[in-house]
Unconditional design. Structure first.
Length: 248
């Protein structure tokens, strides 16, 4: 049987579908790419392969929104988040090298389900978030991003409690996650974890992911926001449960 990027045609089709579905969900809900892609793709690509594929394809998604985000971003907060992330990210990546792939799959699936519960229940941290804590949030996101490929939960739980306009929060998070992609790629290159095959696959995955983002945005209708969010939650739950090693 022929192989493509080290995958069977069936495996590659599933990975491409995961990239597309993650794009669709993000297109109509604004989140969910990693929560969809990682649980589905990790059984085929392994922890590092899935993170590399996700990171490379995810670089292209926010490109159309970077200029607007840069005009609204809280730049000092962005620097604090990235500084904390840069310090803790290699610790998370080192931790990932010490665990079995099955442990990574459990961690990704359970973290995705935890994040889903947070989103559904609308949980947020309501305490004071000072400057030092912003750097700590970046560090927590960096560690989680390194060990599981999911830097979002810490930022959503804590940074969104900052007393600043929603547009500023969204812009800061978007640019932080964009910067995270380059940080993790740099560290992975330093660890000799990025191969030409993995990088090429990430570029290939960006095509269905962008197509999914476009389709999700085209399908979105503000008056049906609750329906789209329910569909996103269902897709995330299905992806997280399917990624558990219990099924083989």
């Amino acid at each position: 049987m022929p192989e493509y990027f080290g995958q069977s045609p069936t495996g590659l089709a599933i990975i491409l579908f995961a990239a597309f579905l993650g794009g669709v969900v993000r297109g109509f809900s604004g989140f969910g790419t990693a929560l969809i892609f990682l649980p589905i793709a990790t059984p085929f690509l392994g922890p590092f392969g899935a993170i590399i594929g996700l990171t490379i394809m995810d670089i292209f998604g926010p490109l159309p929104n970077l200029r607007r985000a840069w005009s609204a971003v809280h730049r000092k907060d962005l620097l604090r988040l990235l500084a904390g992330c840069a310090l803790a990210l290699p610790v998370g990546l080192w931790t990932l090298t010490q665990v079995q792939p099955e442990v990574f799959r459990y961690a990704v699936s359970f973290l995705a389900l935890f994040m889903l519960a947070v989103l559904i229940l609308g949980l947020r941290y309501h305490g004071h978030v000072g400057r030092a804590m912003v750097a700590g949030i970046g560090a927590a996101a960096g560690f989680l991003g390194g060990v599981s490929g999911l830097p979002g939960p810490a930022v959503i739980l804590f940074y969104m409690s900052r007393p600043v306009p929603v547009e500023v929060i969204r812009a800061t998070i978007l640019l932080f996650l964009f910067g995270f992609d380059f940080l993790i790629l740099g560290y992975l290159m330093g660890m000799d974890r990025i191969t030409w095959s993995a990088a090429a696959l990430g570029l290939v995955l960006s095509v269905p992911n962008l197509a999914g983002n476009w389709l999700g945005g085209w399908l979105f209708r503000p008056e049906r926001e609750k329906l789209y969010r329910a569909a996103a939650y269902l897709a995330i739950a299905a992806a997280a449960l399917s990624g558990l090693p219990l099924w083989g």
